[in-house]
Design a protein around this ligand. Structure first.
Ligand code: NAP
Length: 331
């Protein structure tokens, strides 16, 4: 099997790459020119001569550049296309709405048009988001819940999600939406709250940081583990028919709860280090976003296993190890 992953250098893309390689796939990853040359999330595979250049191939392309994507599709002849690339930060989308919509909405349409033109269009998965529900009228939300986005990011994802449905129904293509609620891991970028907290807990434990400046910590999230979410994405493309699935844990926890779990794990009391800084407050934070993933459980046999406490531990332990490594003198 051959797969293309857009966003392979990101959190989900790197886990999905590992999963597909384990399953024997040849993986073609799309990397944008401005991406860091370090590629820390892919370094294991990238530095393995038995993998890189043999079963893992990275190609420069950009969501804004149809020609570059078309060329990769023609070369790779994929059976499956996992579209995970995009501007993935909701808060940032208020600062850069135009490029968020250009990449997340039109970039997705661009890929679907290229795939539609193929003689054998691959199966296609679009990483949609809970943010399409924005301020929902029903709790919890499932695949039938009407979209009502409240951010430029949510609006761009809503457009792409609906276009996937249109392409599936109008053109008979195997195109699916994974409607993902938040999922975290040690590979989360540092501008996301869980990573900010896990890193701070590790740094404070090692005496490298004194306090943690944060905005409102009462907002609630339905948080899962990214490694488990990419398994569901793969399962979605193995089904006899294309469909959309909500991927979520079905429980919410406050940012404060995550803070407590992360700090407790290293024997610290978060209240001694947390400082409220209104600069980090987010506008229009949705409070009632809770996913109903019962369809994924019923049809795919998928359900998340990792608890929030376990996730906090995995993230803090990873950050502690990385920081301790970086403190070692060079040999
Ligand atoms: P991420 O870590 O931010 O990764 C995003 C990826 O997109 C990176 O590889 C990035 O490349 C790439 N990218 C950005 N702009 C691009 C462009 N113009 N051309 C080509 N590639 C581009 O995000 P993630 O957490 O893995 O999320 C994966 C997808 O799921 C995203 O679409 C996100 O919106 C969606 N999603 C995520 C969550 C979540 O909780 N994680 C929830 C709902 C939906 P660089 O490495 O160069 O930056």
């Amino acid at each position: 099997m051959r797969a293309i992953i857009s966003g392979i250098t990101g959190q989900d893309g790197s886990y999905l790459c590992e999963l597909l390689l384990e399953k024997g796939y040849t993986v073609h990853g799309i990397v944008r020119r401005s991406s860091s040359l370090d590629r820390p999330r892919l370094s294991k595979q990238y530095n393995d001569p038995a993998i890189y250049g043999k079963r893992l191939h990275l190609h420069y392309a950009d969501l804004s550049d149809a020609t570059s994507i078309r060329r990769i599709v023609r070369k790779a002849q994929p059976d499956e296309f996992y579209h995970l690339a995009g501007q993935s930060h909701v808060g940032l989308s208020f600062d850069i709405p135009e490029s968020t919509c250009e990449l997340t909405a039109i970039g997705t349409l661009r890929i679907m048009e290229i795939l539609r033109d193929q003689d054998n269009p691959p199966r296609f998965l679009h990483a949609s988001s809970r943010e399409i529900f924005g301020s929902p009228l029903v709790v919890p939300q499932n695949e039938e819940t009407p979209m009502n986005p409240t951010s430029p990011y949510g609006c761009a994802k809503a457009f792409a999600t609906q276009m996937v449905r249109i392409y599936r129904e109008a053109h008979g293509l195997f195109f699916c939406n994974a409607i993902c609620y938040n999922h975290e891991s040690p590979r989360r970028s540092e501008n996301f709250v869980t990573k900010k907290i896990s890193l701070a807990a590790a740094r404070i434990k090692l005496g490298m940081q004194q306090e943690l400046l944060m905005g409102n910590i009462d907002s609630e999230r339905d948080w899962g583990y990214a490694k488990e979410f990419v398994e569901a994405m793969w399962l979605m493309l193995q089904q006899p028919t294309a469909d959309d699935f909500v991927l979520a844990t079905g429980t919410t926890h406050s940012v404060k709860a995550f803070l407590q779990l992360a700090f407790e794990h290293v024997g610290l009391d978060w209240r001694e280090y947390y400082r409220l800084d209104p600069r980090f407050n987010r506008p229009a934070d949705p409070h009632s976003l809770l996913g109903d993933a019962s369809k994924a459980q019923r049809v795919l046999g998928w359900s998340p296993k990792t608890t929030l406490a376990e996730l906090a531990q995995i993230m803090v332990d990873h950050d502690l190890e990385r920081l301790r490594e970086s403190q070692k003198p060079n040999r």
